[in-house]
Design a protein around this ligand. Structure first.
Ligand SMILES: *Cc1c(COP(=O)(O)O)cnc(C)c1O
Length: 423
């Protein structure tokens, strides 16, 4: 059956999350499809940022303990708000650092090479920053990353097979670091299964949740995941450079932080100023220094929206609107050289569509000229993310119609097929 504009409009009418759209700053005559790289500003996030600025204006140093959002407890409070999104207890999550810094902290804490177990297992499709961090951590321990960083191969350059990862969990592996959702293909790894297999072998396992946080539900505690880390500026809409997050399973509370600092102290001990650290008995122990308060503040408002909307509802719409996009692509631009490079099964796909085309770089430029914001990942991927909280089905319809026009009129030919500095 042919999908029509009326179908899109009807789906918008029936969409229980449609009301959240008005809470975001959407540009007129522009369709934002890049919420998987940088989520949009909401009015609530703007409000909590301005309130925190005002706390500074009004209270000066006393803003640490008084005012609307006392800064001394902000990281813990945000951890509590985030916990339901990752399936954790409140004290297992802290908002601190950034993705890469938190990975360094967690590897410094939990990578303990011993006897023949000295290697770290990752995969060849992982985000480069994670790889750089792991390579440097291995060097700090005196190991050669060439031999000690094992990268599971992809069979097709897009996906990873859980079976291949499990087969690589040998008795030489001390630690496993994997993405929850692959940043290019949007594949969800079976975290529950991988964690069970790692646990069984006595190997610690940690996940990079950048592309799943705020898009899909997780059960980190229940699955027995040892730790996880992520950024809060993608699906969570915390703002550019927003402070990141980390999860440490309560079974590891008491493990001394690899990279210690005074903000990892027990709150009531921190200002005793002793030279012996008394770490918090929570994920808070893995904080290092003074939190970046103004990059935490927008998260208060941003996360309120997730509390209201519910991550289960977000996932339902995300699956549906991404499916609508895939169906429309199939209907409108099949035989124009496109290939859908994300998994098609619901249980295996994350929050974006990964569209491959050999002219991808310049098709993205043509999309931008037409008011659509996609993102490009070299060499040939157009990532399109219809976001449950603010993308409408009608917009998805328009995106595909414009894409079809660009292809039919070969509008992309006037651009160079090269990426920009920030792609
Ligand atoms: C976005 C992203 C990062 C970014 O790390 P930062 O430290 O926040 O710059 C890391 N890993 C993955 C998988 C990402 O998607």
């Amino acid at each position: 059956m042919l999908l029509t504009l009326e179908d899109a409009q009807l789906m918008d009418k029936k969409d229980s999350l449609h009301r959240f759209r008005d809470e975001f700053y959407l540009k007129p005559n522009s369709i934002y499809m890049d919420g998987n790289s940088l989520g949009l500003l909401s009015k609530r996030a703007e409000r909590t940022l301005l309130e925190s600025l005002n706390d500074w204006k009004e209270h000066g140093i006393d803003g640490w303990t008084t005012g609307r959002h006392p800064w001394f407890f902000l990281s813990e409070k945000l951890g509590e708000m985030l916990a339901p999104l990752v399936g954790a207890q409140a004290n297992e999550v802290i908002v601190t650092g950034s993705t890469t810094v938190n990975l360094h902290q967690l590897v410094a804490t939990f990578y303990k090479p011993e006897g023949t177990r000295t290697k770290i297992l990752a995969d060849e499709l992982t985000f480069p920053s994670d790889i750089y961090a792991l390579q440097s951590q291995l060097r700090i321990h005196g190991f050669d990353p060439e031999t000690h960083l094992v990268r599971v191969k992809s069979r097709d350059g897009r996906f990873l097979e859980e079976e291949d990862i499990i087969n690589a969990m040998t008795d030489e592996i001390a630690l496993i670091i994997l993405p929850t959702v692959l940043y290019r293909s949007g594949q969800i790894l079976d975290m529950k299964r991988l964690t069970a297999e790692a646990n069984q072998r006595g190997i610690l396992i940690g996940f990079d949740g950048c592309h799943s946080i705020g898009a899909i539900p997780h059960s980190f505690s229940e699955w027995g995941v040892d730790f996880a880390y992520w950024c809060n500026y993608k699906h969570l809409n915390g703002g550019p450079g927003s402070v990141g997050g980390l999860f440490v399973n309560s079974k590891h509370f008491g493990t001394a932080p690899g990279l210690a600092g005074w903000f990892g102290s027990k709150k009531e001990k921190q200002f005793d100023m002793e030279h012996a650290l008394t770490p918090a008995d929570s994920a808070g122990a893995y904080q290092i220094g003074t939190p970046h308060v103004l990059s935490l503040a927008p998260l208060l408002g941003a996360l309120e929206i997730f509390t209201d909307a519910g991550i289960e509802n977000i996932r339902v719409k995300s699956l549906k609107i991404n499916q609508f996009l895939m169906d429309l692509l199939e209907q409108e631009v099949a035989n124009m050289g496109f290939m859908i490079g994300n998994p098609v099964e619901d249980f295996r796909r994350g929050g974006h569509v990964s569209l491959e085309h050999k002219e991808a770089a310049r098709i993205c430029k043509a999309l931008k000229e037409n008011g659509i914001i996609p993102d490009f990942r070299a060499p040939n991927i157009i990532r399109l993310a219809p976001v449950a909280l603010y993308t409408s089905y009608t917009e998805v319809w328009e995106v595909v119609q414009i894409l079809k026009k660009i292809m039919t009129e070969k509008q992309y030919e006037k651009f160079k097929n090269e990426r920009e500095v920030v792609a």
